[in-house]
Ligand binder design. Structure first.
Ligand code: SAM
Ligand code: DTB
Ligand code: SF4
Length: 366
């Protein structure tokens, strides 16, 4: 089985010698208790778990592209792309395949390792699906990892995406089941679970997480993480989004989230899903460098890189380069090595080394 390499020497395993166990039997009460742990103890526990499985100075870097923007029929109260709210977004058709591939090329040159394509759909329409498959094939051919988030999938569509070369499917649970029902009425939690099970059965990797800052309680945050961690296999990627408040959405003027509560959520996700990549996802534009570095210390080891998320701003690329440099963080190189592909892996490693340089070279000039 291909495994990502990590620099063993750099993996500082200062812990009590016991590896964390991968569990799927968490209770909400137990996780609420974790959230209530004194902050320093929680951070220490999270960082200890993190070092058992990852190089603490590596962060995986993905780039996002909205391939179909706006006029979504769903009513997610946080989302600028929902057609139910007036956020001033222009409705767009599916982007042309060639344009998507150009964007992917640029992302690759900037040093990203995964290209994530998102569409504001309830589910992918049959007429657009062949183009979506072309996008997956084209991005894959560029040597990038591929990820898509297109809404609910049928089993057949899932298998076709896998066949085309899709590595990850992003589909978030967003919150606890109870809180979810007050945020989205047009798509059920069980629909989401069904899509996740199709993705898992197809052999693709799952990217699933949620949003913090929508007015949910600690119990809801615990419920979200329990529902993710108690899946038969942990999602390989767990995006923790801080709500991006967008005018015109029902959550546009909700109270600010206490930053430490967000960091706690990252730490608890890290402890519960020790081998997953936990992504410091949307909301970084509102975070200072110190808050982001605390998220890395809590076990976040993935970010979206580039000036735009899907429709809202993300930190400027040069700022991220500077932050990585200040913290001594390197972009993760996902070199897959198995018996058949040693040579391929070594070539890939060289290419990825070049990409790392791309991520750092400008930082010095800024
Ligand atoms: N339409 C597809 C779906 O909902 O699965 C894919 C795109 S959707 C924008 C992907 C995810 O982005 C959502 O599940 C939600 O977690 C996150 N998201 C959307 N709007 C957000 C916001 N304003 N702040 C933080 N995260 C947001
Ligand atoms: C995820 O969990 N967060 C990303 C990605 N998956 C697709 C999307 C964040 C969107 C933030 C609002 C916007 O830019 O439209
Ligand atoms: Fe549509 Fe996805 Fe936004 Fe919900 S989160 S309104 S499904 S684009």
């Amino acid at each position: 089985m291909p495994v990502p390499t990590t620099t063993a020497t750099a993996m500082n395993t200062q812990h009590n010698g016991q590896d964390s166990v991968t569990r799927h039997d968490w209770s909400v009460a137990e996780v609420e208790a974790l959230f209530a742990t004194p902050f320093n103890d929680l951070m220490f526990q999270a960082q200890t778990v993190h070092r058992q499985h990852f190089d603490p100075n590596e962060v995986q870097v993905s780039t996002l592209l909205s391939i179909k923007t706006g006029a979504c029929p769903e009513d997610c109260k946080y989302c600028p792309q929902s057609g139910h709210y007036n956020t001033g977004l222009k409705k767009e058709k599916l982007m042309e395949v060639q344009r998507v591939l150009e964007k992917a090329k640029q992302a690759k040159e900037s040093g990203t390792s995964r290209f994530c394509m998102g569409a504001a759909w309830k589910n992918p329409p049959a007429k657009d699906f062949p183009y979506v498959l072309e996008m997956v094939k084209g991005v894959k051919e560029l040597g990038l990892e591929t990820c898509m988030t297109l809404g609910k999938l049928s089993q057949e569509q899932t298998e076709q995406l896998k066949e085309a070369g899709l590595d990850y499917y992003n589909h978030n649970l967003d919150s606890s089941k109870e809180f979810y029902d007050s945020i989205i009425t047009t798509r059920s939690y069980s629909d989401r679970m069904e899509t996740l099970s199709y993705v898992r059965d197809s052999g693709m990797k799952i990217c699933s997480g949620g949003i913090v800052g929508m007015g949910e309680t600690v119990r809801d945050r615990a419920g979200l993480l329990v529902n993710l961690a108690n899946l038969p296999v942990h999602p390989e990627s767990v995006p923790i989004n801080m709500l991006v408040k967008v005018d015109g959405t029902p959550l546009g003027d909700i109270d600010d989230l206490e930053p430490f509560d967000f960091i706690r959520c990252i730490a608890v996700a890290r402890i519960m899903m020790p081998k997953s990549h936990v992504r410091l996802s949307a909301g970084r534009e509102e975070m200072n460098e110190q808050m982001q570095s605390m998220a890395f210390l809590a076990g976040a080891n993935s970010i979206f890189y580039g000036e735009c998320l899907l429709t809202t701003p993300n930190p400027a690329a040069h700022k991220d380069k500077m932050l990585f440099e200040k913290l001594g963080i390197r972009p993760e190189r996902r070199v897959v090595k198995n018996d058949d592909s040693q040579q391929e892996a070594s070539l890939l490693e060289q290419v990825q080394k070049k990409q790392d340089e791309a991520l750092f070279v400008d930082a010095a000039a800024v």
